[in-house]
Design a protein around this ligand. Structure first.
Ligand code: SF4
Ligand code: SF4
Length: 395
């Protein structure tokens, strides 16, 4: 995606609410399959949408530790809720994908690689934290020595319609992770939804030539100074209303110094090692491979599937698991997410979306656990190590 910088880009534009459907129609005419938020089984998930009415119109959500509830009101807001259990990673890094098939053939066998066809997808309503999560997964799947061809193929065929958040969920903490709520990074179009008395509109920022081309086919006009100011105010208020945060100063050193901290035992007494946090996390990328044969024994498939570092099998090598206790597995997950990830990929592995807090069945909250690790008395050596604090922006 070729990016247009804010300076080069056009001044903010505006699409009226009643014209928003035409944005969907233009994308469909350009052969994109539209994927967006929609209500299913009492939560907002990402699935195929065709019309604006397929979005969770008038819904808001209540999220807390281990709880999620959708509420319906009479307003016509299209994006009045936070992120749900799904993230966009399932479209770029599918939960299960066949890598190849082996077929028995006259006493020999043949390996048939999977011919993976990526289709053009338009992602509707990508939040700032999620755009940052995609950028993090780009580093994992595209920037290293081994480029993932499945991820790369789908990544090239994305149109991203991002949305600045107009409300912070109770479990969100993206502001403290420098990952939201204002959309930054690679998008094609970014909108802010504004309802002001009888007016209902979207201010639009163009992020790429492709976004520019799509917008040119949708009824729009330049946003006035007042309309832009209102949109900005909404994003500023969202950031200010965020209830949770993580103090990221020197977090890497702090976690390295906390290996023997008693808080890990406290967490282990509550954690079920269910792996929910890793499945809902938009940046977690662990996978395993499974070989499956048919009953005749003539074909065998190799599948790649999402895995979780919370299972004992994940760290199994000959003779047993390296991380056999729940304590060691939670410690590994959090230390990787917030510290060693920085060593590996030059960024935190957490964007503060809050999903792991909402969808943890026992309500373990990463922000509270980090605060406890910081607050508790450290062994003397740990305190010395933590003195090497560097600012999060420097790591
Ligand atoms: S660790 Fe939790 S808050 Fe951070 S990105 Fe993953 S799910 Fe979101
Ligand atoms: S922290 Fe919560 S969601 Fe994650 S494995 Fe433990 S119990 Fe499951």
């Amino acid at each position: 995606m070729v990016k247009i910088s804010r300076r080069e880009g056009r001044a903010a534009q505006l699409i009226e609410h009643h014209d928003f459907q035409s944005l969907f129609d233009v994308l469909k005419a350009k052969k994109y399959r539209l994927i967006g938020p929609t209500v299913r089984d009492g939560s907002v998930v990402y699935d195929e949408v065709a019309r604006v009415d397929d979005l969770p119109v008038g819904y808001s959500d209540e999220q807390e530790k281990g709880s999620y509830r959708l509420n319906k009101s009479d307003d016509h807001r299209l994006f009045g809720y936070g992120v749900g259990p799904h993230s966009w990673k399932k479209f770029l890094f599918p939960p299960a994908v066949r890598l190849w098939q082996a077929r028995r053939d006259d006493g020999s066998f043949q390996i048939i690689p999977e011919d993976y066809h990526a289709e053009p997808l338009a992602l509707i309503g990508v939040r700032a934290c999620e755009l940052n999560a995609i950028a993090i997964q780009d580093r994992v799947f595209l920037d290293g020595e081994y480029r993932d061809p499945i991820y790369a193929a789908q990544r090239e065929k994305l149109f991203v319609l991002a949305v600045n958040c107009g409300q912070a969920g109770n479990t969100c903490f993206c502001a403290s992770m420098h990952a939201g709520p204002r959309v930054t990074g690679q998008f094609d179009l970014a909108v802010t939804e504004v309802i002001n008395g009888e007016s209902h509109y979207f201010t639009v920022e163009v992020g790429s030539p492709r976004g520019e081309e799509v917008l040119s086919e949708v009824p729009h006009r330049p946003a006035s100074g007042e309309e832009k100011a209102l949109a900005n105010q909404i994003i500023t208020q969202t950031a200010a209303s965020m209830k949770r945060s993580i103090d990221t100063r020197g977090i890497k050193q702090r976690l390295y110094a906390s290996f023997e901290h008693p808080q890990w035992d406290d967490i282990a007494a509550r954690c079920l090692a269910c792996g929910n946090c890793t499945q809902v996390c938009p940046t977690c990328f662990c996978s395993t491979v499974e070989d499956v044969t048919d009953l005749s024994g003539n074909t065998a498939d190799r599948w790649r599937k999402w895995d979780s570092c919370f299972t004992t099998d994940f760290s199994y090598i000959v003779g047993g698991s390296i991380r056999s206790s729940v304590k060691s597995r939670y410690r590994q997950w959090m230390t990787h997410k917030l510290a060693t990830w920085i060593e590996q990929f030059g960024t935190s592995g957490c964007v503060g979306c809050g999903r792991c807090i909402t969808w943890c069945p026992v309500g373990i909250d990463i922000t509270e656990e980090i605060a406890a690790l910081r607050a508790e008395k450290q062994p003397a050596t740990a305190v010395e190590a933590a003195k090497e604090d560097v600012s999060y922006a420097d790591v």
